[in-house]
Design a protein around this ligand. Structure first.
Ligand code: SAM
Length: 380
């Protein structure tokens, strides 16, 4: 969730994205409109909405960058028209519904973090009847791709640079996830639309799609290349497709467990499902590559679940039948939270912490850091 300010700078510097959002806001915001900006970051959409005449903007952002947004609102004379909420939007109640709800919470793909859940919640609780949701829709596209260098550097490095060791466990893990596609990636066939996310009516963040991906070029298929097209409002779109200018999101590359030699006429049947687990997405996908005569060349089943370092102990401790007992860290956290009753300073709490848990907190500065962090998260 946490971005650095330089990351927000890259988002603002993406002129294709920004022009499209500016255009969408121009078409949706009227003088007197109320706007909700979900994930305001440094506040750019809130400022544009004010400039377009919005009566009021509710700008919501859980991370500390909201202070920069506040300063920018002040610097541009809009502080009295923007109410900032430092929280996740799902934890916020707005005093009134908004005519426009705007956000860009995508990662490499729109299926990122709790993005879709957040959009559903914002539509349901914040949007006035007949209001505009920006973005309206994202479509996920996929194609079979060759990516020699990406594959060599990310997947095969665990064999090619293993220095005689068996590092296949790491290779397996990397081949169970997706990564940013590099410049070496090239499509071996035309793209096809795999999944549509229509934020105006989607009801569940869990989605799936299946598509036949044609191959029209001889080559080595290293995986599936995926990106999205965005429709912000009717007629205002941008595309992250490979032959369009690069956008800040880049594109996703889902490596195969093994490269496959493909030829024109081959087809890859791709099925992908994405479901929210613990506030992020778990992807499961299968790919079956066959010749035009129907001979199967390869069949893979992959899931990002295999990329999580889930030890048997962690799995056991995650079971609903497990009876947890506080460990030392838990006991010390409990003590700190109990001591935050308004009578002690952070320094005094840190002193009690080091006295009670000398082997967990070996220095006062370590204890001070821990208490400050807990105070920032849980106290006023
Ligand atoms: C990709 S940045 C976009 C920032 C800015 N709106 C822009 O487009 O330049 C997404 C922001 O959404 C915030 N965010 C993520 N989930 C959120 C939620 N549930 N409620 C509010 N903000 C959220 C993140 O902290 C991040 O600052």
């Amino acid at each position: 969730l946490e971005y650095a300010v330089k990351d927000y700078g890259e988002m603002i510097a993406d002129t294709v994205r920004m022009e499209a959002y500016h255009e969408a806001l121009r078409s949706a915001v009227r003088p007197g409109s109320v706007v909700a900006d979900i994930g305001t970051g440094t506040g750019i959409f809130a400022l544009i909405a004010c400039q377009l005449g919005a009566d009021h903007v509710f700008a919501i952002e859980p991370s500390e960058v909201i202070d920069i947004a506040r300063q920018c609102a002040e610097a541009n004379g809009y502080a009295d028209r923007i109410t900032f909420y430092q929280a996740r939007s799902t934890e916020v109640d707005l005093p009134r519904r908004a005519d426009v709800v705007v956000s860009d919470m995508r990662g490499i793909l729109p299926l990122y973090d709790a993005n879709v859940l957040t959009a559903i919640d914002a539509r349901t609780r914040f949007l006035a009847p007949g209001g505009k949701l920006i973005p309206a829709r994202d479509s996920l596209w996929a194609t079979v791709a060759e990516a020699d260098e990406t594959y060599a550097r990310s997947v095969d490095c665990w064999v090619d640079h293993a220095r005689g060791f068996d590092l296949s466990a790491a290779r397996e893990l990397v081949a169970s996830t997706f990564m940013r596609g590099r410049d070496d990636t090239r499509a071996l066939g035309p793209p096809a639309c795999l999944i549509e996310l229509d934020y105006r009516k989607i009801e569940s963040p869990n989605v799936e799609g299946a598509v036949d991906l044609a191959v029209d070029t001889q080559g080595t298929a290293h995986g599936i290349w995926m990106w999205f097209d965005a429709e912000l409002v009717d007629g205002v779109m941008y595309s992250n497709r490979p032959d369009a200018p690069d956008l800040v999101y880049s594109r996703a590359f889902f490596p195969f467990p093994q490269p496959v030699q493909v030829a024109p006429g081959d087809t890859a049947l791709l099925r992908l499902s994405a479901s929210v687990f613990d506030d992020d997405y778990l992807f499961a996908w299968s790919t079956t590559i066959a010749t035009s005569a129907g001979r199967e060349k390869a069949a893979f089943r992959q899931t990002t679940l295999d990329s999580l370092p889930l030890s048997p102990g962690l799995l056991r401790r995650s079971s609903e039948y497990h009876r947890p007992v506080l460990a030392a860290r838990g006991r010390s956290t409990l003590l700190v939270l109990e001591l935050m009753d308004g009578t002690r300073t952070i320094g005094e709490i840190a002193d009690e912490l080091t006295a009670s848990f000398p082997s967990t907190y070996r220095s006062r500065s370590e204890a001070l850091r821990a208490v400050t962090r807990l105070s920032q998260s849980w106290a006023r």
